[in-house]
Design a protein around this ligand. Structure first.
Ligand SMILES: C[S@@+](CC[C@H](N)C(=O)[O-])C[C@H]1O[C@@H](n2cnc3c(N)ncnc32)[C@H](O)[C@@H]1O
Length: 414
């Protein structure tokens, strides 16, 4: 009894203790220590002194949330978003852009070092517009409330603006309730001409469709894969290329960073002859490959995306390109030494090990690996590490104010 009482008092005492945040973790959370046990606190900043509430207690770590900022870190800056404290979207809006970029460089170098990959990344390419840059948002709708999930929960946080999404998208957010959706999600995409494509996934009947058509520059409204109005795609322009993007096809969310990425792809394929582009989507990287290249093959699993890619090939008059729709795992026999360069831009899960082993066994000269997930990227780099040397590694601030970052790695056969 005495023991339990002591433990209880001890716990209570600890939970009201002051915590100092000493650094960020790789998910953008602050790290502190409570009784020598590591504790992760979202939305905190190194240098903060905090009173916290305990949220989770595990054998090796604790998770908490800020109850009160006793003394704010000097690194904190004014946050322009009213939802920041609860929203599960941005996690770094409370530090300066310089600190945000530093954090991302440090994080990647930390992950590389911990995985014994001997390379120091020195460059991060800045976003041109740190706010209002996203060309796509996905909003959740629960019991008629529209917004994002709160951090680490499926509780809905109602919003009527999102300062990292394009301004034109922000205009329509306030009006979305006019569709009268009770439960579901709304995906809004916006192109270079501020034309919008609206995708609704919901069993509820949409109302006031004409209101949206008459008041916004809408090219299409799709519900549950069915086109209710206009087209089921958007035409988007990046650099000098036009891209048809179907409602269910992937496209990069940041136009400025995409334009830089596409230019880099062009530069890094300048001396290539035959290029294989796996995970090619609607062909955005494929069609950016240097005009000196003789043969280009793009592979993508989503049928609509590959149909778009073929249309995009014609739109941009790129004769040397062929696209096939398949799972990369099924086209391993196409990964041969005929190709001297391979572009890999996989989903977050990274590249299939069979694919990596075939690249190694066929001794492809150059790999251009683009990734939005440093953990699976590094997992794959470890497989390639004995055979390939990292020649360049750039970060791109594709997802400003979040802990996410895009990597571009150039590897050459040793
Ligand atoms: C990160 S996106 C890159 C798309 C394109 N490179 C771009 O920049 O727009 C990854 C793409 O891989 C596709 N994909 C996912 N798993 C795949 C697989 N097993 N085989 C082929 N493509 C796949 C997705 O549909 C998506 O279009």
């Amino acid at each position: 009894m005495q023991f339990f009482l002591f433990k209880y008092i001890n716990l209570l005492y600890n939970y009201f203790m002051e915590i100092e945040i000493v650094k960020f973790d790789n998910l953008g959370r602050g790290i502190g220590y409570l009784n020598n046990k590591i504790i992760f606190i979202p939305k905190s900043v190194p240098g903060d002194f905090l009173e916290i509430d305990l949220v989770k207690e595990k054998k090796n770590y604790l998770e908490g949330k800020i109850k009160k900022i006793i003394k704010p870190s000097k690194l904190r800056k004014e946050v322009l978003c009213p939802y920041f404290n609860t929203c599960g979207g941005c996690d770094l809006l409370h530090i300066s852009l310089t600190e945000e970029l530093e954090y991302k460089l440090h994080k990647i170098n930390d992950i590389l070092k911990k995985n014994n990959i001997n390379y120091e990344v020195k460059e991060i390419i800045k976003n041109s517009n740190e706010y209002y840059y996203r060309n796509k948002i996905t909003l959740k709708i629960i019991n008629k409330k529209i917004g994002y999930y709160e951090s680490n929960t499926h509780n809905l946080l109602e919003i009527n603006k999102c300062i990292i999404s394009k301004k034109y998208i922000n205009e329509i957010i306030k009006d979305l309730n006019k569709f009268n959706i009770i439960n579901g999600e709304a995906i809004i995409r916006c192109n270079h001409k501020d034309e919008m494509l609206i995708v609704i996934n919901s069993l509820d009947k949409l109302t006031n469709i004409d209101y949206f058509i008459n008041n916004y520059n809408i090219v299409g409204i799709i519900q549950n894969n069915k086109c209710l109005y206009g087209d089921n795609y958007l035409i988007h322009k990046i650099n000098d290329n036009l891209f048809k993007i179907s409602y269910d096809a992937f496209f990069q969310v940041n136009d400025f960073i995409s334009s830089i990425l596409f230019q880099l792809i062009n530069k890094y394929t300048e001396y290539s002859f035959n290029v294989l582009d796996l995970y090619c989507g609607v062909g955005s990287l494929t069609l950016s490959i240097n005009e000196n290249v003789q043969n280009i093959l793009g592979v993508e699993i989503v049928e609509n995306a590959i149909k778009d890619a073929n249309i995009n090939k014609n739109l941009n008059q790129k004769e040397k390109v062929t696209f096939i729709c398949d799972d990369t795992k099924n086209i391993i026999d196409k990964i041969t030494s005929f190709y001297d360069t391979i572009i890999l831009d996989p989903p977050r899960s990274g590249v299939d090990e069979q694919v990596l082993n075939k690249i190694i066994s066929e001794k492809l000269r150059k790999i251009i690996y683009i990734s939005c997930d440093p953990f699976t990227l590094v997992r794959d780099l470890k497989i390639l590490n004995n055979y390939y040397e990292i020649k360049d590694f750039k970060l791109l601030d594709m997802f400003t104010w979040t802990h996410h970052v895009e990597s571009l790695v150039i590897l050459e056969l040793k």
